[in-house]
Design a protein around this ligand. Structure first.
Ligand SMILES: Cc1cc2nc3c(=O)[nH]c(=O)nc-3n(C[C@H](O)[C@H](O)[C@H](O)COP(=O)(O)OP(=O)(O)OC[C@H]3O[C@@H](n4cnc5c(N)ncnc54)[C@H](O)[C@@H]3O)c2cc1C
Length: 466
């Protein structure tokens, strides 16, 4: 079997791999020195698009904010009669590759496959690494080929948690979907066509559940969301924040069933899912089920070979693992979060990009000093015409400010989290770029607050004057 050697190998071809390649190129990696080995058949792309613009309906108009500059957005002047004049409707076409290859999500150059060729970076696609022997610096593929390296960057991301993992009855039925990679999204798009105008049940009330609920509705499905918690996104949202999104979704005629879980599925003679059985005894008809109940970092290949912490691969501030020639970035890394003086693992795209850049800077430092990673947590999500951003830590007491009436045309609201008299986290729905920058600054600087009432009253003004 063929054996190839590269000075640097990145295993995994997702967000972190793409941004690592960008930084390797910026640092002057030489042709032939770097390879990316990826299970996926396409060059690294901005994964968040998969649950948003990638699943937009093909032809239906939607008044929707843009995913990013990568998304092909067409503005049409439509003959819609409104108050005696023609109005302009924003048509957002579904995102398709090559439109959203990295690094467009952060405003960078779109790295098409030829970009890698031009830089002399070998992009080895559709190739799964099934064995990693870190002692001999050897990776083995599913077909038995091997790669040797001097320095390895682990960027394997996460895999979805499946209901079959817990032996949920009937969970292997057809048309029960999960979403992690582009192939999963393509299967979902096929089902949109075969089950047109059908019934969709979403299992899970996290960001995948909320984003999928929106795109399924936009695709004209009757949508029911089911989750066990008292409100959606409970790991981040307070009940006040969640009440807005649940109200907004209800106004879009999405049914929400809380406080129970899916315990089984029935299928028809073709093996296609027909009903979802809930723990509380209810039975829901379903043509499509989408499950979004979380992920786990893909670290199994490296078990026992590098130190682990909090479910991920333990790294230092430069994303170096317990082995000096092995780095871990993105979802798999548990790293020192300087701001909170704590080891953390973060499953968000912003960190995947920044950790990759940091690791490559350290790898290529050649004696130069690289600053410690000083990450400010940043998460975002978009659905329908909503967009929120969150910065910092959601610990301590929280206050809600602004207009969080889901039917209000001027809706804009947010929350601050206060710990030990300081604002440590900030959330904003519907913010302008400047307002989002302001809440990021607050979360970074952690200003003291004299009174929580004052903070509630001042709302966004508090952030804007920092
Ligand atoms: C549908 C979806 C929507 C999201 N939306 C948001 C969002 O709105 N905001 C946000 O902040 N975050 C979002 N995220 C999370 C964000 O995309 C991830 O945190 C980010 O992609 C992590 O980057 P990564 O490179 O570590 O992993 P990934 O981007 O997942 O890349 C991992 C890559 O490694 C490959 N791989 C794994 N094992 C092997 C192997 N053994 N051999 C070869 N290749 C392998 C995989 O096939 C994949 O290509 C979303 C995630 C998903 C799935």
């Amino acid at each position: 079997m063929a054996e190839k050697y590269f000075k640097y190998v990145i295993v995994g071809g997702g967000v972190a791999a793409g941004y690592a390649a960008k930084e390797f190129a910026a640092q002057g990696v030489k042709p032939g020195e770097l390879a990316i080995v990826s299970k996926e058949a396409v060059a690294p792309y901005e994964r968040p698009a998969l649950s948003k613009a990638y699943l937009f309906p093909e032809s239906e108009p939607c008044i929707h904010s843009m995913f990013s500059s990568a998304v092909i957005v067409n503005f049409y002047l439509l003959p819609r009669y409104s108050q005696g004049t023609y109005i302009r409707i924003n048509f957002t076409a579904p995102a398709r590759l090559p439109g959203f290859h990295v690094c467009v999500g952060s405003g960078g150059e779109r790295q098409l496959p030829q970009w890698y060729t031009e830089k002399g970076i070998e992009l080895i696609l559709g190739t799964e690494i099934v064995k990693a022997d870190l002692a001999s610096k050897t990776l083995t593929t599913a077909t038995g080929a091997t790669f040797k390296y001097d320095t390895l960057v682990i960027a394997t991301g996460s895999s979805v948690i499946k209901l079959t993992d817990f032996g949920v009855q009937g969970a292997d039925a057809k048309n029960i979907f999960y979403l992690r990679e582009i192939d999963d999204a393509d299967k979902l798009i096929d089902a949109f066509k075969t089950k047109k105008n059908g019934k969709a049940v979403i299992v899970g009330g996290g960001y995948i559940g909320l984003e999928l609920g929106a795109v399924l509705k936009m695709n004209n499905f009757h949508v029911t969301m089911v989750y066990p918690e008292p409100w959606c996104m409970p790991r981040l949202f307070t009940s006040g924040i969640a009440a807005f999104y649940e109200g907004y979704y209800a106004n879009k005629r999405i049914d929400i069933i809380k406080g129970t879980v899916a315990v089984g599925f029935d299928s028809d003679a073709n093996g296609e899912v027909k009903t979802v059985k809930l723990k509380d005894g209810r039975v829901l008809d379903a043509d499509i089920v989408v499950v979004g109940v979380g992920g786990r970092p893909l670290t199994t290949l490296f078990k026992g070979q590098v130190e682990e912490d909090k479910g991920g691969i333990k790294t230092d501030s430069f994303f170096k693992t317990s082995l000096p020639s092995v780095y871990a970035v993105g979802d798999v890394a548990t790293f020192p979060m300087k701001l909170y003086n704590e080891m953390r693992r973060v499953e968000h795209v912003d960190h995947a990009r920044k950790s990759a850049e940091q690791a490559v800077k350290a790898i290529m430092a050649a004696g130069k000093t690289v600053e410690e990673y000083d990450y400010l947590p940043y998460f975002y999500s978009r659905s329908f015409d909503l967009a929120w951003q969150f910065y910092g830590d959601n610990v301590g007491d929280s206050v809600l400010f602004g207009d969080n009436n889901p039917t209000s045309p001027k809706r804009k609201f947010g929350s601050y989290w206060i710990k030990d008299g300081k604002v440590v986290g900030a959330f904003l729905e519907g913010g302008t770029p400047d307002e989002n920058k302001a809440i990021a600054k607050v979360a970074r600087l952690q200003p003291s607050v004299e009174s929580v009432d004052q903070l509630t009253k001042e709302g966004l003004t508090f952030a804007c004057k920092i």
